[in-house]
Design a protein around this ligand. Sequence first.
Ligand SMILES: [Zn+2]
Length: 525
Amino acid sequence: MGRAAYERLSQDRGKRSPSIANQRFDIEEYYQRNGWEFDESLNFSDDDISASKYSTKERPGYNALLATIRVGQIEAVVATEVTRLFRRVEDLLEVHAIVLDVQARSFVIETAPGGARYDLMTNEGFHNALDAVVEASRESGKISDRVRRAKRARAREGRWHGGNRPYGYERAKLILDAEGNITNRGRLVVVESEATIIRELTARILNGEALTKITADLNERKVPTATGNGRLWHPATIRNLFRSKRIAGIREDQGAEYPASWQAIITMEDFERVSLVLGDAARYVGAAKKGVRSYLLTGIVECGICGADGQTHVKLYPGAMWGKQRIKQRKYACKTLDHYGRQIGCGKIVRLADPVEALVSEAVLARFESEDLAALVAPDAPAELHELAAQLVEDRRRLEQANQDRYRRAGDPLRLDLRDFARIRAEIEDAMESVRRRMARLEQGQTLASIPIGRTLRAAWYAADLGWRRIVLSLVVERVKLLPGHPGSRLWPTEDDEHYEDILKQYPDGPWRFDGSRVVISWKV
Ligand SMILES: [Zn+2]
């Protein structure tokens, strides 16, 4: 009984495979390592690229290989990847049928140099080979329902679906049983250094740090990404990381969830809180109107001396020199003259933008945290909006309750299992989505619908872009009046401030010599 080798030159999704010579090199080396003789008469190859575009792409080499299998001449085929050999699931099924037909005792597909072994005569081996081919053909959409069912069965076992390794994990070293079957296929093991980064990201996002800031920090620290090679982090990289429940130990498949066969890196509770923060922020990222304002309070601040309109108060000061570097400081200032040289204000008010914005942000957050969302709907808003807001608040409470019930101690009768929780959550989310759609038709409605309740609002606030913050702010703030400050009189925030650390995280330049009592907020509701 012999062992065949197979090479194929191909172009998949614009990517050219290694040359036939290179594949052959890998295979021969694999033979050598195993002490086998390379049999030239059992070497087959195809060139898919040079074949005419209009040909049916018959593979003469492959067909010759099938013929040798049919006469029971070989018991193994070596290729660089399973998909070199089987372009489609149907190819594998055909070979499977042939080896069943010739009643082979074993028929092994091996990959070199990877060293994966699939014995098509065992159930496990056949399904693992199927796995590999399915994964490769997934994008070309050629999967039959039958294969999809097989795939789902494996998802139910919590196995990794293959492909590029996800950040935080790597494939477990393959363990073979006595018959050479892989016993731990689809298992992932935690990469501790990356898990540490994931936990750090979780904490920082929940602390309200902006993704752009976190991204810059990771890149500065030269933290490697999953693909390595000096690839940089991007806010989307982080967003994607938290898009899959994998890191919380859940295997997802077509909307269903199964306990994964690998370890969780963060808790499900943290995962959901991060999703909430990122989701709510994402809702408004990029939604800002044209001509994005770079100041939170443009149009809302006014001069406390002359009452000049807020629109004229934005100014980027050249600032002081620090060594050879000019420090730009954002300031709100009463402008004396407009572009045409006409007098528009007294020019007597100049205040650092950071502490003013931090102070107003804190006041707004405190307002939203202490009051019912529904109570923040303007009194003159349509009755329907009041009702919808109340409905949304109620739905969110139910969702939080379900979340809590899910993490009750084992044995607690109120504890929700994964399946019930998923069902209840889907139900509530459907209800919320429909409320949101109805709200979005109304003025104020869309913004209200996007405001998370409770402790996650602060995080969402800082993760969201300026446009969203301005809209949320405009729901409750009428005007912010800037009175002349008395710099040097006191520091703000003070260490006994409840949110001292949160504020400094957002504004590392603080605390400032700044008198908060000289900023007067007038509220809408
Ligand atoms: Zn003024």
